[in-house]
Design a protein around this ligand. Sequence first.
Ligand code: SAM
Length: 437
Amino acid sequence: METEGGKSETVMAIVTEPRFTQRYREYLEQQQLLDRLHRVEKIPDGTVAIPVLGKNLPAEHLRELRNRVAPGSTCVLTQLAHPLPSKKAQGCSPAQRLCLEVSRWVQDRGVTWTAELEADLPQSWQRHGNLVLLSEDCFQAKQWKNLEPELWEAVASALGVQRLGKRGRVSPDSSRTPAVTLLLGDHGWVEHVDNGIRYKFDVTQCMFSFGNITEKLRVASLPCAGEVLVDLYAGIGYFTLPFLVHAGAAFVHACEWNPHAVDALRKNLEINGVADRCQIHFGDNRKLKLSNIADRVNLGLIPSSEEGWLIACQVLRQDTGGILHIHQNVESFPGKNLQPPGSNEMEKEYWPYAEQIITNHQCKNGANRDSGRKVLAAPTKPEWRRWAESAETCIATLLQQVHRKPWKTQILHIQPVKSYAPHVDHIVLDLECRPVL
Ligand SMILES: C[S@@+](CC[C@H](N)C(=O)[O-])C[C@H]1O[C@@H](n2cnc3c(N)ncnc32)[C@H](O)[C@@H]1O
């Protein structure tokens, strides 16, 4: 992702002879394809590269340029790896650049540029390739209405993209559907590459939390070789894919009830070459028919995955048990700072988990695959520990009920993922669950 201030690493450009530059620029400008934020660059072979918007230029434009606009010209598409900012773009932040271009565009249409309009411009946005998602609190003033829909083309051009969407709040329904309206463009499919994994999804139908990258990286580094996993809230594959691609999981059962997310998940498994090691279970995971198969269960739902705890206990292997990764939003109170584990006596008493992560190699049935791994203990808050301990108690009870024999549980680690809201932290509890032999 790029947020405000970010720069794309590459841009598309058309290569031609210098004498055709002006004609090409005029045509591209007319077609709103000219990338005015990057400079035309000279190439050592004597040609020039003219930056254009988007990742691809439809073949019809190349034909037009070659045959009609500048007959006989070389006209090939290339990628500029380190595009130089145009004079105009230099020295401006992306938000300033947006203001500069939109204000000029508005005034060209005879509308007075006011402080109200200026304050109503977005200060931040999310960039997904050639689509920018604006935040919900911008473009609220009624003057904008008269300037739509061309306004969106001007905004997109100022941001150097071809599609625009506007975010609302992620709806509180359990499918976490994002309330995104497409302002410009005919579809919301985008692609991200994270840690070498490709994720495609429709921004208008599926959520993508950039804040979860730390957890995706952590999951990717877990030693899951040969393991069978159940991902109870798979979404588009945020965790299913790192488990399969990097952590070496043998097989993942991925549960998801949003058909749009399932569509994306299916694509993502294919494009990352791991479709043969994953079964998608479309529907409500609480009705899942699996039991006694999992070495590990991922419960990636916030604010809470509590509704999935029973099924998580059911799918754990009865002979060896396994590990649960339980996501939760935990509220904590101002004024209580993060404390590194073991920093005081009370911490030592309440916080044995940091040491356990490092030394938990002698699990009695020998099934602990996280053994010997050095994990830096994350700082912790008392509220996180309290929640983790109550979750542990609750899960120990569920395990006994489901499997009808005693189980042992152990908190391995508490991982902060992100700050979700003021005083609300998204954390993950790694809970080891083993049957007592
Ligand atoms: C937070 S999203 C994606 C989670 C992803 N693990 C992440 O953190 O970015 C949770 C996903 O769980 C799905 N979901 C929620 N409740 C479910 C249920 N009972 N059964 C199946 N899928 C469910 C939603 O549709 C959504 O795609």
